[in-house]
Design a protein around this ligand. Sequence first.
Ligand code: LFR
Length: 482
Amino acid sequence: MPHAIVAAVDLGATSGRVMLGHVGRNELRLRSVARFPNGPTPVNENGRVSLHWNISELYRNVLAGLTTAVAEEPGLVSIGVDSWAVDYALLHQGRMLQVPYHYRDDRTRPAVDTLHGIAAPGELYEANGLQFLPFNSLYQLAADQDAGTLGLADQFLLVPDLLNYWLTGVSAAERTNASTTGLLDVRTGDWNEPLISRLGFNRSLFPPLVNAGSRIGSLLPSVVAELRAASPIAVTAVGSHDTASAVVAVPATDEDFAYISCGTWGLVGVELDGPVLSAASRAANFTNEGGVDGRVRYLHNVMGLWLLSEAIRSWEAEGHSIVLADLLREAAAVTDPVAVFDADDQRFLAPGDMPTRIRACCVENGLASPRTKAEMVRSILESLADAFARGVQHASLLSGKTVREVHIVGGGSQNRLLCQLTADRLGLPVLAGPVEATAIGNVLIQARAQGLVTGSLEELRALVARSFVPERYLPARSLVRR
Ligand code: LFR
């Protein structure tokens, strides 16, 4: 039975990891070889606090992780990189011009209005099918244009494309992630040249598009030396948008499923063969992002575990020591009703004091503010579960797809209270796990490119379901509303 080893580099907004995947026709095992923290670095920019990714530190950690991977498995045949979406580097003749901005930086505010003056939101939706998020790359590019940096650049590389360029010297734009720029034609999946030129961007900035599963190149000799690799290693394009990789690894065995990829964000939706571009879909702010194998990830961004992690960060900054497991146990024991606030409220996007913002949101909406930490956590989880349930219902209604079960994958699948509350509010079974869905999806697409596994996404998902059996949460009968 053929069997091989590939490495997944998976970069999330709060942590990155390098994982080794052992894959054969009936085998799928992953093990972590490196984990490192990630997050925004605040920097003074003319009196404004700007937020950036520490990209060279991230890359250093990736190289160190890959060095360990090669030392442990000298037969490693391929590497694939995924990360969060929308953020990018601008380069001139291969030289990075600015430290990439973090999508939670608010520099796009004026640019959004300027850009909408050129292309109205309805027209943009018709062209790119994306939900409005103020950080979609096209708004960031408009901000860079106003700042004068875009004019200096000859290349735009999204974060995983930048890392692939540093590893191989090859510039390419992987399609699933490129779909989050707002500059792809939602119907053809190609760069939308008329839109690009109308927005005043130079078409030559954008590298050739490649599909997940294609070979990007070989490691540069300097990287081979750094990793102390003795045999050739390919760099393979995977679903380089982390959510695209996570959706590949949803362990669905029934085709009538919805998914919630829950980490920093909660990405709630269904997989479709074609986009939904109706006025109702735009009003509900649903997105048609590119999936692996030409599928459409029809989903909505819910604020996700960011609400919880940022609340904990605020409490810790005030000197409290927080043990997450204790906090979740206390939240589960809360019996009084708590506020269910709108987890989608844009005020929660930026870093900062989350409990104060949540209380303000409750007061403005006539809800009783949570009084204790346990009530605050319960209120966050109830509000997330509510937003998840609404997201699934909207996705089903707007796309016409039947949903009989809901998969929660990613870090949030470990949060038992959140899984149960979501099942209760939906009145549907929730299947939780795998936690490392993104890395698994990354590994599987490399393995398929190497010929170690074959078949459709459904076949890959069946392998995931056999290898990582999800935990089932049934809705509490008393709460079933539909
Ligand atoms: C999740 C994610 C979302 C995207 C957000 C910002 O990690 O990739 O899909 O909307 O981060 O890039």
